[in-house]
Design a protein around this ligand. Structure first.
Ligand code: KIV
Length: 283
């Protein structure tokens, strides 16, 4: 990037930070200005408050709640009611971020009417701003129907965890040309259907670059390299709460599993040794 271009992107970063509310239009403008979009998951009020205060652009109430909040092996068991519960808690914690909520497995695959009803329930009962669903061509009609009711939709291609039993593995997707071509086509279909953005999960960086530059809507990558228009991580993974999960794409910013464990051990010691509560900590 040239110096003048870099300065103008820096200025845009500052301008976008000042935006009172992030909307789907803000994300479009960020893509045009070359400003990367930051997205993290959150599932509860307290975490959403922290993430929003830090200035995140998008909070995803992901169906990864099924894994990190409920302890399930896959994202399949979480229900629409449970997603609405998580989403409404998140919405109460934010001032600025755009809140996107995953339509859970089984709440949209039946037909486009079912998809629309599920999206409407999320918007009405949680106060969120948009929904996300997995798939390409096969969800086109649902995407169009949801958008025609005024609900913004984010797509999700590549590794789509709700189809884990079809794939059989969480390995990188679209490494073969045939699947890569299908993904390019699906991305175009989602854009034409009206999606405001698409998550690209665990695909080769070169393919993600190719898709991102061929679309006018922004892409958000997870394990899809640096050339997507934004990046997303699961908050439990990037904070190191989830110790076992160590894919190559994950950057850990804290080691909270160990830190929290140490704090709890300290507390237990203090209680057992009669150190807590002390004179100043009683009424
Ligand atoms: O559910 C989720 O957290 C997601 C992200 C991994 C993109 O869909």
């Amino acid at each position: 990037m040239q110096a003048t271009q870099a300065t103008s992107v820096q200025k845009s970063i500052i301008d976008f930070k000042k935006a009172k509310k992030v909307t789907t239009h803000t994300l479009q403008e960020m893509k045009q200005a070359g400003v990367k979009i930051s997205m993290l998951t959150a599932y509860d009020f307290s975490m959403a408050r922290i993430v929003d205060a830090a200035g995140i652009d998008v909070i995803l109430v992901g169906d990864s709640a099924s894994n990190v909040m409920a302890g399930h092996e896959t994202t399949l068991p979480i229900t629409l009611d449970q997603m609405i519960y998580h989403a409404s808690s998140v919405v109460r914690g934010i001032d600025r971020a755009l809140v996107v909520v995953d339509l859970p497995f089984g709440s949209y695959q039946g037909n486009s009417k079912e998809a629309l009803n599920s999206a409407i329930r999320i918007m009405k009962e949680s106060g969120a701003h948009a929904v996300k669903l997995e798939g390409g061509k096969e969800v086109k009609e649902s995407v169009e129907r949801i958008i025609s009711a005024g609900v913004p939709v984010m797509g999700h291609l590549g590794l789509t965890p709700q189809s884990i039993y079809k794939f059989g593995t969480y390995a990188v997707r679209a490494t073969e040309e045939q699947e890569a071509e299908r993904l390019r086509e699906d991305a175009m279909i989602l854009q034409q259907a009206g999606c405001f953005s698409i998550v690209l999960e665990k695909i080769p960086a070169a393919l993600a670059d190719d898709v991102s530059s061929s679309l006018f809507i922004p892409t958000i990558g997870i394990g899809a390299g640096p050339d997507c228009d934004g990046q997303v991580l699961v908050i439990h993974d990037m904070l190191g709460i989830n110790k076992e999960f160590k894919p190559r794409f994950l950057r850990r910013y804290l080691n909270l599993f160990d830190d929290i464990r140490k704090a709890v051990e300290h507390y237990i010691d203090d209680v057992k040794s009669l150190d807590f509560p002390n004179e100043n900590e009683k009424y």
